[in-house]
Design a protein around this ligand. Structure first.
Ligand SMILES: [Zn+2]
Length: 266
C-alpha cells in the first residue's frame, strides 16, 4: 500500500497531532526496526506534515533507547525533506534562561553505543559535517520566533549526553568552561542521520533548567526530571506556536546544500 507523503517532518511530544488536518496515523516499516510510534500525517496551513513522537506515545523510549535510525528512515519513506527537532535542554550559561529557545548551530557528541550511521558498509560514505544544522531552517526558525515575540538565541553549541542520568557538577563545569551553551540527550544522532539522508534538520531547543546549577549563583537546584516536565508543560503552547509559524514559512524548495551529494544507503 502506498504511504501518504509529507514534505516537512516534526519530532516531538504528542500534543502536535491536534493541528494536523485530515490526520492519518501510519505504521512505517524500516530495515532498522520499528520507529518510536505511528507517524501522524496530515496538513497544516497548506503544507503536508509528518509528526512522530520521538519518545513514543507514552514516553516509553528514553533518549538512549530511541531507535533514531528507524525514526529518520520513516520520515524519509514518507518523503520528508525538512525536519524540525524540538527538544528540551539544560542551560550552561546565565543568559540562556528557562522558557527561552536556542537555535543551535553546533553539536558535541558525548553519547556512546548509539547506532548513528546508515553507512556500515559495503557502501562507503563519510559525510562532511562541519555545520550539522540546516542554515536555511535556522533562519526560518529565528524569524518565526521574532514574529511570535518569543525569545530565541540564534546560535549555540549543544553537548549531547548519553543519559538517562543528568550530569555531575564536574561534567557540567567542564561543558560550560569549554564554551558550550546547552546540554541535551536527543540531538545526536538525530542531526547526523538526517544529514546522511540528505534531509535538512534544525534543533529547536527549549531551555528548561540550569543543569546542575550555575557557578557562583546560589539558590539554583540541580535539574530533576520533574522540573524538565513542568517547564515543558508550561511552554508547550509556545513551542507549538513557534513550530506552526515556522512550518508556514519554510521555502518550498531548499536553497541550502544539506541534500547535495546525498548517497543512497540502499
Ligand atoms: Zn538544509
Amino acid at each position: 500500500m502506498a504511504l501518504p507523503q509529507a514534505e516537512i517532518g516534526v519530532f516531538g511530544g504528542t500534543g502536535f497531532y491536534q493541528f494536523l488536518e485530515g490526520l492519518e496515523e501510519v505504521t512505517v516499516q524500516t530495515p532498522y526496526g520499528a520507529p518510536s510510534a505511528k507517524v501522524g500525517v496530515g496538513e497544516l496551513d497548506g503544507r503536508r506534515v509528518a509528526f512522530l513522537a520521538r519518545h513514543g506515545p507514552d514516553h516509553q523510549h528514553p533518549a538512549h533507547r530511541v531507535n533514531y535510525r528507524a525514526n529518520l528512515w520513516a520520515m524519509r519513506r514518507l518523503g520528508v525533506r525538512r525536519l524540525l527537532g524540538p527538544c528540551s535542554v539544560g542551560s550552561l550559561k546565565p543568559e540562556l534562561k528557562p522558557g527561552e529557545f536556542v537555535i543551535c548551530d553546533q553539536v558535541v557528541d558525548r553519547t556512546r553505543g548509539r547506532a548513528d550511521t546508515y553507512f556500515d558498509g559495503p557502501v562507503l560514505n563519510c559525510i562532511p559535517f562541519a555545520d550539522p544544522y540546516c542554515p536555511e531552517l535556522r533562519s526560518v526558525m529565528s524569524a518565526a520566533a521574532a514574529g511570535e515575540g518569543i525569545v530565541a538565541h540564534p546560535a549555540g553549541t549543544v553537548v549531547v549526553i548519553q543519559g538517562p542520568r543528568f550530569s555531575t557538577r564536574a561534567e557540567s563545569r567542564w561543558f560550560s568552561s569549554a564554551g558550550w551553551d546547552v546540554v541535551n540527550m536527543t540531538q545526536y544522532p538525530e542531526c547526523v542521520l538526517a544529514r546522511e539522508l540528505g534531509i535538512c534538520y534544525v534543533g529547536v531547543a527549549l531551555v528548561t533548567d540550569y543543569d546542575v546549577g550555575l557557578e557562583g549563583v546560589g539558590g539554583i537546584e540541580p535539574v530533576s526530571i520533574d522540573v524538565v516536565f513542568r517547564v515543558l508543560r508550561e511552554n508547550v503552547e509556545k513551542v507549538q506556536r513557534l513550530l506552526r509559524r515556522a512550518i508556514g514559512t519554510i521555502p518550498a524548495e531548499p536553497a541550502c546544500a544539506c541534500g547535495a551529494g546525498a548517497v543512497d544507503p540502499g
